[in-house]
Design a protein around this ligand. Sequence first.
Ligand code: BG6
Length: 513
Amino acid sequence: MSAQTTVIAETIQSGYSPTALPADPCAIVIFGASGDLARRKLIPALYDLAANASLAPSYAIVGFARTAMSDDAFRNTSGEATRKISEVGPVDDTKWTAFAPSLFYFPGDYKDPEAFRRLGARLAELDRERGLRGNRLFYVSTPPEVYPLLVEQLGRAGLAKPADERSWVRIIIEKPYGRDLESARQLNQAVLRVFDESQVYRIDHYLGKDTVQNLLVFRFGNGIFEPLWNRRYVDHVQITAAESLGVESRAAFYETAGAVRDMIQNHVLQLVSMVALEPPASFDATAVRNEKLKVLQSIRPFSPEAVGKFVVRGQYGAGTIHANAVPGYRQEPGVKPDSRTETFVAAEFAIDNWRWAGVPFYVRTGKRLPSRATEIAIQFHRAPHQVFRGANVEPNWLMLNIQPDEGISISFGAKLPGPEMRIKSVSMDFCYRTAFGAGSRSAYATLLNDCMRGDATLFDRADSVEAAWALVDPILNVWRDSVPTFSNYAAGSWGPREADHLMGRNGRRWHNP
Ligand code: BG6
């Protein structure tokens, strides 16, 4: 185990504690501070950390964006967003009042070198006033086209390197990290011209979810599951990341992205890696990230023919969600009436290694599906010999519910009471909320705290970001050159029929949450 990574082993009896390890004192600069992510997730997550004594006693949060705003206005809008649209739960007024004076606003244009020079002077001032020891965390949550310029400006203003060997400078870069393999490589080059890889934290908020990290605990913190975790016992794996929301107000971004770039290249492939990786030698950044990379490198690349056979795309038409009529994607504000953007993807991955040879990993994600649910369903082989003739014995399933009903259940056959030998599938359930008395904390709070402590285990390395793009590039290339028949699923349904055929041809069916 690395010095930076501390695993807190707690029994269920000792209860849930929202407190993470205290971070180093530092200045946190949020680029894109007036944007949605900053208001909905980042500032609320920082408040949550402060409220739970998981920030150092001295810190400063500097919001950088183009819009002119005073510190007070920034504090007020941040407070309102944290109370009204964030996921942190009820805000404690006393704790907010203690937190708000550490929020500062800095108006500046990303193109203006002078703005970065002035930012440097402001940070030096805050360092002195607050004892921040020269530690700086830059959080890049601007529109992606700004990333290269921003990084260059930080380098040019001398802000990318720590002032001495006791202080640190780190940068968190939001997704989308590029829009294909080539642009991701260029972005890596631009970033690594200015920062050292050890300073770079590429964020995928799925890795901050407790239930995603629990995949490792489930597999490697217990003795009884890992022996079953392979081709000998597992028939196939299904990963579903379903959303009932549509594109909302994000059409401008989503029209340039689509479900492969928005969900598969990052979140879904993270889940595949966490299910499929080999046991790392220890729970530290190098060991875990090496094993995740190996999974991505073992997934069979898609040839153009394979894309047609193993990948399905969809776009929602009008339909009904939770008894409300909703428009189709092409009728959403800001979407082109002949848009070819996919809002649904299903795919079958083959992992060519000893553990998983012959075990398909089916994944799917989509907007405007009947419910919001992310789950991993693992179907085991049927018993090799049917002793109970005539009884319908279902295979065992292991369900890992990532959200929103966080938990794990295992199904098995049990004898129905009565004189006859009848078997029914029942399940054993673990529910986070019941066991620990609370749901998960914000993924962003976990990841921000990790970064401030210098723990990169749950962040992406340059090589794995590129490996993930290398896998999805062929899909995007084939689709770019062909015209889809959209819309092909109604809002409120489980996606196009072709997604069912993808499984059906091997006699399998999707497990719908
Ligand atoms: C984001 C995508 O990265 O993840 C969104 O851009 C998506 O389109 C979101 O809705 C899903 O995250 P979560 O945590 O709600 O599953």
